[in-house]
Ligand binder design. Structure first.
Ligand SMILES: Cc1ncc(C[n+]2csc(CCOP(=O)(O)OP(=O)(O)O)c2C)c(N)n1
Ligand SMILES: [Mg+2]
Length: 287
């Protein structure tokens, strides 16, 4: 990846953080940790890997993205707005009555959302179905499936993975956001997931692992997964919940953050100012 593309994608990842943070602070609370941990991933997918037309969201030849950890909707919406699927001003309506941006994605409401998710586990089966449909239609599009590490407590995920592996659906790129935390604690304490890479390999997947903020690494891993024939493929993201802003990385309860005190509001304002500054500097350098 050349320097210009790397800079462009790192700006995009931070714009996802910035717009997510502004949106959630405006609402007073929301799913920050799991939105931030996939910021670089979303930047690589929407900014480079995915075949999409934001001006034509239902374009038949598009790649699909299934955000099975649907509570990270605010992060996805920030990305869709940055890609031009809808105006950024819409972000401020998150979760309001009558909004087109419900807290969890709804494919009938939001341009660019390919699957309705939020009930954890179900997106894995939806993605398996989409990939099967594309294969039967002899289309060469990809389905990108993003799961949470806590989400994989759901048995349905493993049923879908077994199906994806059995039918060698290498058009479904399974991505596990291994940010080590779920709703109210560490996954290792709540339900030890053990080693995702080994588990997916045991399920028959060709599996790679990269750091969650390594833009180049994520891009190269996806390129490699696309060369694999006759086997299902998986990427484990070794990420951090709240990734990219140290205050939120260190905040113990960073799943659904509540902006209800001076300290956290100050930290949010500082993060907004610093993200804005660094985005501007990089944009200047890039142009
Ligand atoms: C079937 C189901 N059970 C419970 C929930 C409530 N819930 C929402 S998010 C969450 C934790 C998810 O953790 P993880 O998948 O690790 O997400 P991330 O860390 O990426 O935010 C839970 C239990 C749900 N949405 N769906
Ligand atoms: Mg998690």
């Amino acid at each position: 990846m050349n320097e210009g593309t790397l800079t462009k994608l790192s700006i995009l990842a931070d714009k996802v953080r910035l717009d997510t943070l502004k949106t959630l602070k405006n609402m007073g609370y929301g799913h920050l940790g799991g939105s931030f941990s996939i910021a670089e991933l979303l930047a690589v997918l929407y900014g480079k890997q995915m075949k999409i037309r934001p001006e034509e969201p239902l374009w038949e030849d598009r790649d699909r993205l299934v955000l099975s950890k649907g509570h990270a909707g605010p992060g996805l919406y920030a990305m869709l707005a940055n890609m031009g699927y809808f105006d950024k001003s819409v972000l401020a309506t998150l979760n309001e009555g009558g909004t087109n941006l419900p807290s969890h994605p709804d494919r009938l409401k939001t341009p660019g959302v390919d699957a309705t998710t939020g009930s954890l586990g179900q997106g894995t089966s939806v993605a398996a179905g989409l990939a099967t449909g594309l294969r039967l239609a002899k289309k060469d599009n990809y389905v990108y499936l993003i799961c949470g590490d806590g989400e994989l407590n759901e048995g349905q995920c493993w049923e879908a993975f077994q199906y994806i592996a059995h039918f060698k659906l290498n058009n479904c790129i399974v991505i596990i956001d291994d940010n080590k935390k779920q709703l109210d604690g560490l996954t290792v304490d709540i339900m030890n997931p053990f080693d995702f890479q080994k588990k997916m390999e045991a399920f028959g997947f060709y599996t790679l692992k990269v750091k969650g903020d390594d833009i180049q690494g994520i891009d190269e891993a996806i390129n490699e997964l696309k060369t694999i024939e006759d086997q299902a493929v998986c990427l484990v993201l070794d990420s951090i919940k709240g990734q990219g802003v140290s205050y939120f990385e260190e905040l113990k309860d960073n799943h659904s953050v509540k902006f209800n005190g001076d300290e956290i509001n100050q930290a949010a304002d500082d993060a907004i100012a610093s993200l804005e500054k660094s985005i501007e500097e990089r944009e200047h350098q890039y142009v």
